[in-house]
Design a protein around this ligand. Structure first.
Ligand code: ADP
Ligand code: MG
Length: 696
């Protein structure tokens, strides 16, 4: 038997079971072996019958002294019942709907049963306990029993029954971890770990087996990332000298001073750009921590050295916002800035006296290719084939998926050098996950908010207080402030198209607000079904204060910076992840005004309350990330982001120490053997992992 042997070759697995197993993703013996229990029940200690207590779990070893089947008088349900005896006493066990058990558990049989005892008129009894005839090695009782992810027709009991004989023989699988690591880290060998994860001798052994597999997965991911990084470092990059004078001049014209965290991160980035190895750096900072100005410092440095910069943002609204901000800062350096979005392309230059003028796509691309345009800001359009830079040295990504070395290289006219990459995110990634997911990136964290910023007061508003909340919002607007309303997509809609459903939700909310709640105020809306020119004019009107309320989908989520807005209302707050809610909240409190975030929910679920309470209590995105990971388990936190990392590995990530250990070991190997040529087995495993996990 091999791990690739189809399960259909196993005894007791016919076409019916084959199909059922497929539902669990099990086609081969190997996949069956790696179908791990998700928990264990410790039934290892047996209890004398006389010590059995009501409502307590117990395992009893005894002899059947009577067995019978029958039907209940009222409901006519069939049952089997036995009387079980040990030295200390006797107890009744009953199974409903399984009358045949009376035939298989016969008088004189020695058996084990596990379950909870309940009290009846006739004394203590066990209802539907797990049972097993006594053999030399019990499977289902009197031990630490594995409980598996199940599907219809495939019970844990059945899985144990099928697995046991495979594990009793030689397991047809090669050790995958290097021996030195197994020794050094005191890990179970693969075959021992497999045996102990399925049929552990003790709970402690089960933990040790899990630890080995967790370690292995983390180790392989780290190997993959470090190998990638090593191969990236073999590329040539452009060494960009620091230009302290220009940076100083830029800073001297800002209306604020940088926070220490911003200074530290800028320094790390500029240091990295000085190296002739392409930078691969993630700039992580909570919403409002001021990432844009840090990116602008990097951009200016590259431009002063005579190079070009590409700055990519996820939406058109954000691209134009960056365009505004960056071009203001670049003005005194006589730097032309271009904006390339889906449709409207424009440029702002000294020659045009700082006015923004529309320009044809063709012209814009020409200027970029000739190197006349020093910085091009835009959406995805930036990485289209037609865009070519003369001497691109830095790519900045705001809240984007990562993008590979080849893609970067393709943007350059001259092949050879790979531009530096600065990727920015406000998603507060727990450090262990950052190490894993972005392990091949260097990490800079802005872990400090500008001092003068006031905390956003967050409240969970119960349904009966809704009108009070509206009253409060009206007061704020009277003072001259503005408010955002975010609504989730309507779940009940027949149309499955999410953009459409979101649009409908936004339209309905807008109508309600302007007809019923705030008939005297100007309400506008923003959603994904609108044309980009419409979206931009809505944003620009709102920015200029021409509307009081902006109803929106989650488009508003990242980056929008409107200092006059002081209220963020979130409808159906339970529909969003904590990270996302935190992002929404970050849209307000950007100016000098005290700001508020009001969460509406009609959900009474305990988990929802707990999550929303966490948001009310915590201002720190990083803490929230950790908390959400604890409350919800794992991947959920990242919403739609799919990395293809299996749940099991996400679980392993919670163990910070283990992540660090795995990383250290992987480092040691890559340092000696950067392309894994000397470790063919590891190379093969890393190769197949690369196919599964997509981090770009
Ligand atoms: P984010 O990190 O969310 O992208 P931004 O870069 O949009 O944050 O900055 C948010 C706001 O804070 C902007 O209006 C910016 O001008 C301002 N800002 C940035 N750094 C500072 C600072 N050190 N002190 C005060 N305000 C700052
Ligand atoms: Mg931003």
């Amino acid at each position: 038997m091999k791990t690739s042997t189809p399960v259909s070759k196993l005894p007791h697995v016919g076409p019916k079971y084959q199909k059922r197993l497929q539902k669990l993703g099990i086609r081969t013996v190997g996949e069956l072996l790696f179908h791990f229990p998700n928990r264990y029940e410790d039934l290892s200690l047996t209890t004398p019958i006389s010590s059995v207590k009501t409502d307590e779990k117990c395992t009893i070893r005894g002899e059947v002294i009577d067995s019978a089947k029958g039907r209940t008088p009222k409901k006519n349900i069939s049952f089997a019942e036995i009387l079980l005896q040990d030295k200390s006493g006797a107890i009744k066990a009953i199974w409903f709907n399984q009358p045949y058990l009376a035939d298989s558990l016969k008088k004189g049989d020695s058996i084990l049963v596990s379950g909870k005892a309940s009290r009846s008129k006739e004394g203590l009894q066990l209802i539907n306990p797990v049972y097993e005839k006594i053999s030399s090695s019990p499977l289902h009782t009197a031990r630490v029993v594995p409980v598996y992810p199940e599907t219809e027709g495939v019970s844990s009991r059945w899985i144990r029954f099928i697995l046991k004989p495979i594990l009793q023989k030689d397991i047809p699988i090669k050790e995958t971890l290097p021996q030195e690591i197994i020794k050094k880290k005191k890990l179970f060998s693969l075959s021992k770990a497999l045996r102990q994860i399925h049929f552990p001798a003790s709970l402690e052994n089960a933990k040790k087996a899990q630890r080995r597999f967790s370690f292995e997965r983390l180790f392989l991911i780290q190997l993959m990332l470090l190998k990638k990084r090593a191969s990236l470092e073999k590329n040539r990059g452009l060494s960009i000298p620091m230009d302290i004078e220009s940076v100083k001049e830029l800073l001297s014209h800002l209306p604020f001073t940088l926070t220490n965290a911003q200074k530290k991160c800028s320094w790390q980035i500029l240091k990295d750009m000085e190296r002739s190895v392409p930078m691969n750096r993630l700039l992580e900072g909570d919403v409002g921590s001021g990432k844009t100005v840090v990116a602008t410092i990097a951009a200016l440095t590259a431009i002063r050295a005579g190079y070009q910069v590409a700055f990519m943002a996820p939406t058109e609204v954000l691209s134009s916002q960056h365009f505004e901000e960056v071009s203001k800062l670049m003005w005194r350096f006589k730097v032309d800035v271009g904006l390339l979005t889906g449709k409207k392309d424009c440029i702002r230059s000294q020659k045009l006296k700082g006015d923004t003028v529309q320009i044809s796509r063709e012209k814009l691309l020409q200027k970029t290719e000739k190197g006349e345009l020093k910085i091009l800001i835009g959406t995805h359009a930036l990485i289209q084939d037609k865009v070519r830079f003369k001497n691109l040295a830095l790519v900045i990504l705001d809240e984007q998926h990562r993008f590979g070395v080849e893609q970067r290289a393709n943007l350059c006219l001259k092949k050879g050098a790979v531009p530096h990459l600065l990727s920015m995110t406000a998603t507060p990634i727990p450090r262990t996950l950052a190490l894993t997911v972005y392990g091949d990136l260097s990490l800079s964290v802005i872990d400090e908010q500008p001092k003068e910023r006031k905390e956003v007061i967050t409240r969970l508003v119960p349904p009966q207080k809704r009108n009070d909340a509206y009253g409060f919002i009206r007061e704020e607007i009277k003072k001259g402030r503005q408010a955002f309303f975010i609504c989730p997509r309507i779940a009940e809609t027949e149309n499955k198209d999410s953009v459409w459903a979101e649009a409908k939700a936004v339209e309905e909310e807008k109508e309600k607000l302007e007809k019923e709640v705030f008939p005297d105020l100007k309400v506008e809306m923003l959603h994904g079904k609108m044309k980009s020119s419409e979206k931009e004019s809505v944003m620009s009107r709102f920015r200029k204060g021409k509307a009081h309320i902006l109803v929106s989908t989650s488009v508003i989520e990242v980056g929008v910076d409107i200092k006059n807005a002081s209220v963020m209302v979130i409808e159906g707050a339970e529909m969003f992840g904590l990270a996302q809610l935190h992002q929404f909240r970050g849209r307000v409190g950007r100016g000098e005004f005290q700001s508020y975030c009001l969460l509406f929910t009609s959900s009474h679920k305990e988990k929802t309350r707990k999550r929303l309470k966490a948001l009310v209590e915590s201002r720190n995105g990083f803490q929230l990330a950790e908390k959400d990971m604890q409350i919800r388990g794992q991947g959920d936190f990242f919403g739609k982001r799919q990395w293809g990392i299996p749940d099991f590995t996400m679980e392993a990530l919670k163990d910070k120490a283990l992540v660090e250990e795995a990383r250290e070991e992987a480092k040691e190997i890559i340092n000696k053997d950067s392309d894994l040529k000397k470790n063919p087995l590891l190379l093969k495993r890393v190769g197949s992992l690369e196919k599964k996990i997509h981090l770009e």
